[in-house]
Ligand binder design. Structure first.
Ligand SMILES: *Cc1c(COP(=O)(O)O)cnc(C)c1O
Length: 384
């Protein structure tokens, strides 16, 4: 493709976002009662860790996802860290995740002092390949004294953390069955997939626990924020305890029974989240309509555009177009960013980053191919 084609794409994107120049990749929108709720926090003085908005926000998320428990956390990375600790992942345990993800997935595993192990993704979902997971376990896992051991390292494999890339669910049924077969905990990084379901069930609720993010660029934002969702009461309680300084509940005494963390979500952040959740249905509707428009446009242009996988209902957090190779990708990134349309390549593969270079990594041909061809294009909620 040449610049004429590139320009045609930019023209179309400008019609989706006529009021923004440059057009951002994903800007937050505040279209409900955000200001009113923030004012309430200030007027009532409940700006910090005590306040109704935190509880209300957790209720919103429980209702949307169907999870029995929800624990608000300072951000998504910390939510993964707390989840792994609460689930009983021990220092030196191995946690299998995908090579193509945002760095927070791997960082959260490292924060729990566990060792990430990277496997490939599949082109159909952009997320963890069940076949790659199975193949890795067939080759490397042995079952000893009730634990799955990696024969090559002698370490226990404790959990599997798939990530729903750009809001598109992985094949959870298959991954969940493999986890059951090998006695591994399934913990979903659903940071990008609020509102996305697989076979009608919300992402993040298929395994022991899931984590969400409410960072500024996510479909719902609280400025910064995160959430743990789970049906396991003990896990949720443990995560809440750990993230709130490990203080035993008491009206005035300060008794802390282990080394805790201070990773609570402040009430002012939750206030923004509550307001955003009140119109989340229209947020998803708007994002799905944008994806439909992109789909029709790119189909005319004969350019591949990623659509939701089979059995999935996706939030289309960030839309994805595919170019032919790295050279064409870079040419388009240069051209679009120079001409007022913000676009991005996918994250560099995690095993290629210095802090993760020494981690175990399966062959990852699909992730490498996708890395060369994916371009994220503007995906904010369209406002009129
Ligand atoms: C956003 C994100 C997180 C969490 O990010 P925070 O900024 O810490 O809230 C984790 N994993 C993935 C895949 C993400 O995209």
């Amino acid at each position: 493709m040449d610049n004429t084609h590139f320009e045609e794409i930019l023209q179309f994107i400008r019609t989706l976002y006529p009021n923004e120049n440059p057009v951002p990749l994903h800007a937050p929108r505040f279209l409900g009662r955000e200001k009113e709720y923030l004012t309430q926090c200030i007027e009532t003085t409940y700006v910090s860790y005590v306040g109704q908005f935190v509880t209300d926000f957790e209720e919103h998320i429980k209702k949307l996802t169907g999870a029995h428990y929800a624990v608000a956390i300072a951000n998504g990375t910390a939510a993964l860290h707390m989840t792994l600790l609460a689930a009983g992942v021990q220092p030196g345990n191995e946690v299998i995740t995908q090579a193509l993800t945002f760095v927070a997935t791997a960082a959260g595993i490292k924060h729990a002092l566990a060792e990430p192990v990277f496997i490939d993704v599949e082109a159909e979902t952009l997320g963890m390949s069940p076949e790659a997971l199975k193949a890795f376990l067939v080759e490397n896992a042995s079952y000893k004294n009730g634990a799955t051991i990696n024969k090559k390292t002698g370490k226990r494999i404790a959990a599997v953390v798939p990530m729903h890339t750009f809001g598109h669910p992985v094949r959870l049924e298959e991954i969940s069955a493999i986890c059951d077969e090998y006695g591994l905990m399934l913990i979903e990084d659903a940071a990008e997939s609020l509102g996305s379901t697989y076979k009608g069930k919300h992402t993040g609720t298929w395994g022991r626990a899931g984590i969400l993010s409410f960072n500024g660029n996510k479909p719902v934002t609280t400025g910064g924020g995160g959430m743990i969702i789970s049906n396991d009461e003990a896990l949720a309680e443990k995560a809440r305890h750990l993230s709130t300084t490990a203080k035993r509940k008491h009206p005035w005494q300060f008794y802390h029974d282990e080394v805790g963390y201070n990773l609570r979500l402040p009430n002012i952040n939750a206030a923004v989240g509550c307001a955003q959740m009140e119109y989340f249905d229209s947020t998803i509707k708007n994002k799905r309509e944008t994806a439909e428009m992109y789909k029709a446009f790119f189909s005319n242009m004969n350019i591949p555009f990623f659509t939701e996988p089979q059995d999935c209902h996706s939030n289309y957090w960030l839309n994805v177009m595919f170019l032919n190779d790295r050279e064409e990708r870079d040419a388009f990134l240069e051209y679009s960013n120079a001409n007022g349309i913000q676009t991005r390549p996918v994250w560099q593969l995690i095993p290629a980053l210095p802090p993760y270079a020494s981690c175990q990594c399966d062959p990852i041909p699909i992730a490498k191919d996708l890395e060369d061809r994916i371009v994220n294009i503007p995906s904010s909620v369209r406002i009129f």
